[in-house]
Design a protein around this ligand. Structure first.
Ligand code: NOJ
Ligand code: CA
Length: 652
């Protein structure tokens, strides 16, 4: 059902509301400029904000607009996701599409499409091909998000060498005079929680945010090395600009509008399966093994087979193998430009390892560390994926560990149009080969997993590799409200060797289990070496073995940004539930009302910090308790400083 109206108006004011009426968008065409504002419960969230574009060699597309047509449509749909945090996602919105033309002699036409949801507002620009206007070089996107400057924001800087791998800082929107990444989560003075992000990012630079000279937050698109934000052929549409809205911090964490704004897949992805895996990995971080060949080389055929045997014993179905290929010798960051993704080191036989894994139903997770040398990688891409596909490898972890991407003598941001197109190339090639990806140093998530379900995970924030001094307990209490709004993350959880000299882990042991619930990933790693699971803490590993990597439903229970987060998730394949909680460096008591459980009796297995546990001086202090519970039960649990808890509710 839709209606449209021819307008030809130079002045226009109208309000449109979301299906339940709580969210209202106010549009105005005034002085030939189009603006929008967003209200929730009649209270302003985004004040009047301008829209438009600046192109190289073209007049500004902002100042001479008239609306020639307006189209309204209501949409109601429930989307089913093959994997993730919520199987069903509501896609109910009121769509208003404005067709513009210029009132000057240029007569360029373009469209802005708005979708108003009960918990979000999204819009995008669409530019059709037209005479003398076929290919455009974008100098600037002039989208404003004029949010109250006194709002509190949790930011990480954009356009910096460590990409998204920074600690979040709490500040006010007034401080955002340098570009910051999205999702940018803020708390407004009138108490709403808002996160500004984007959906369906293809063939364009990633959107950062920064105050403009009018002190309005504005899109700041990651530039290409030639200074353009993007070069595109018409027709062209931008990614969706997305404003998520919530009454509380925890309500924000299950806003799935980003996925609803992406298209369903075009081909069959029923072959995609989420995965839990161990890895020839952390041993390198703690100096036991090396990526490079030599006496301590990790990725040998012998070690790989031993780890496959361990995976079988542990009941985990995958094994990541890093350092199997030529290129890690010497300074691998510098030498990365010559990495081979085809030639194995002499002590590693891919075919033999893959065949051994296959005979035991273990999935190998291959590894491509490109060090950001994209031209070197793209030259080998097709052959490299073919080699893995031929060996029966269905998962690849990729990496771009460099401050910039390097290609054909140019230096490009990972998050520029160049980078976005490169990542997309790998995703589409992998899909054709029936390979799933876990991208490290990735482009941020914008929900394209809905269209490309083989993109099972990404890194894209500081993960546990930063332990050993660079992660505070606050970090994981910010992620659910910020980075994780853009999708799952490979945080490399489950490190039990907390007190080693090289990379001490500043969490309690129970918290390592909590991460499997708090930080969702379609490819979930059990990151420590098998002996720490089998010899030291076999009882604890049972939780990691059992915890699902695919959930039917997610119910956030309690939390505040940077303080704590407690979330319940129901298994996709059974009636079992799981709950995880983490706190910052303050200890906390969690009072859980188990009314989220389905009807019937459950056996709760609780892994919780002991009274005297502490992430600094008593990280191993924990208890494992069992008790029968049902929907009417309550639980009170202790979270130590830097601690947390994990619970498995098994249906009896
Ligand atoms: C950084 C990735 O995040 C990490 O997981 C990987 O081991 C190293 N790069 C080496 O590729
Ligand atoms: Ca990384």
């Amino acid at each position: 059902m839709f209606k449209w109206a021819p307008l030809r108006k130079a002045e226009f004011h109208q309000n449109f509301s979301s299906p339940n009426g709580r969210v209202v968008c106010q549009f105005a065409l005034k002085n030939n400029q189009i603006s929008y504002a967003v209200f929730r419960d009649n209270r302003p969230v985004i004040k009047s904000s301008l829209l438009g574009f600046k192109f190289f060699g073209e007049a500004l597309l902002q100042d001479n607009l008239k609306i020639i047509r307006l189209r309204e449509q209501k949409h109601r749909e429930t989307i089913e996701m093959p994997w993730g945090e919520d199987r069903f996602i509501k896609n109910d919105y009121h769509e208003i599409t404005f067709y513009f033309s210029e009132s000057n002699n240029k007569h360029r036409i373009f469209t802005i499409r708005f979708r108003i949801f009960d918990n979000a507002v999204a819009f995008r620009y669409e530019i059709p091909p037209q005479p003398n206007f076929r290919r455009i070089s974008i100098e600037d996107e002039l989208t404003e998000f004029n949010i109250d400057l006194n709002s509190v924001a949790w930011k990480i800087p954009a356009l910096q060498p460590d990409r998204y791998e920074y600690n979040y800082e709490k500040c006010s929107v007034y401080d955002l005079s340098y570009a910051v990444h999205t999702p940018l989560t803020v708390r407004t003075p009138n108490g709403y929680y808002v996160s500004i992000h984007e959906a369906a990012l293809y063939d364009y630079g990633s959107m950062n945010l920064k105050l403009n000279s009018k002190h309005a937050l504005k899109s700041d698109i990651t530039p290409l090395s030639d200074g353009a934000k993007a070069h595109v052929d018409l027709p062209f549409q931008t990614p969706w600009r997305l404003i998520m809205l919530a009454d509380s911090a925890i309500e924000l964490t299950t806003n799935r509008t980003m996925y609803a704004l992406n298209d369903p897949p075009e081909s069959d992805f029923s072959w995609v399966k989420t995965l839990k895996f161990i890895g020839i990995w952390w041993a390198m971080y703690v100096g036991e093994w090396t990526w490079a060949p030599g006496e301590k080389h990790g990725a040998t055929t012998k070690h790989a087979k031993e780890y496959i045997d361990a995976a079988i014993r542990l009941g985990v179905s995958g094994l990541l193998i890093e350092g199997w290929n030529e290129g890690w010798e010497g300074n691998w960051l510098e030498n990365g430009k010559n990495n081979s993704f085809i030639v194995s080191t002499p002590d590693f036989n891919l075919q033999e390892v893959a065949a051994y894994a296959k005979s035991h139903n273990i999935e190998i997770v291959g590894h491509h560390e490109t060090v950001g040398f994209v031209d070197n990688y793209e030259k080998q891409l097709e052959s490299a994926y073919n080699i893995y596909a031929a060996a029966g490898v269905h998962y690849i972890k990729t990496g771009y560990a460099n401050d910039m991407m390097y290609a054909n003598g140019r230096k490009e941001y990972h998050h520029s149009q160049f980078g976005v197109k490169h990542y997309q190339k790998t995703i589409e090639l992998a899909a054709r080969k029936h390979i799933c990806l876990d991208i490290h140093e990735p482009i941020k998530g914008t929900g394209i997993e809905r269209t490309w379900p083989n993109l099972l995970s990404r890194e894209g924030a500081r993960g546990q590799e930063y332990e050993g001094g660079s992660l505070s307990p606050t970090h994981a209490c910010i992620l659910p409200y910020t980075r994780l709004l853009s999708g799952g993350m490979d945080y490399t959880s489950g490190i039990f060797d907390l007190q080693n000299n090289i990379k001490p882990i500043f969490t309690t042991l129970a918290r390592q289990l909590a991460y499997y619930i708090v930080i969702y990933s379609g490819m979930q790693m059990a990151a420590d070496r098998p002996r720490f699971y089998e010899d030291k803490f076999p009882k604890l590993f049972e939780f990691i073995r059992d915890v699902p990597t695919n959930f039917e439903r997610t119910v956030p229970l309690a939390g505040e940004i940077g303080e704590y987060y407690i979330v319940a998730r129901k298994d996709y394949y059974s009636d079992d539930w799981y709950v995880g909680g983490v706190t910052n460096s303050d200890s906390r008591k969690a009072h859980l009302n188990l009314d989220f459980l389905d009807q019937g009796e459950y056996l709760a297995k609780i892994y919780v910090d002991s009274e005297n546990a502490h992430y600094k001086n008593n990280p191993f202090g924990m208890e494992i308790l069992e008790q029968k519970v049902n929907q009417k039960s309550t639980l009170t649990l202790q979270m130590a400083p830097g601690g947390g808890f994990a619970i498995q509710f098994r249906r009896l």
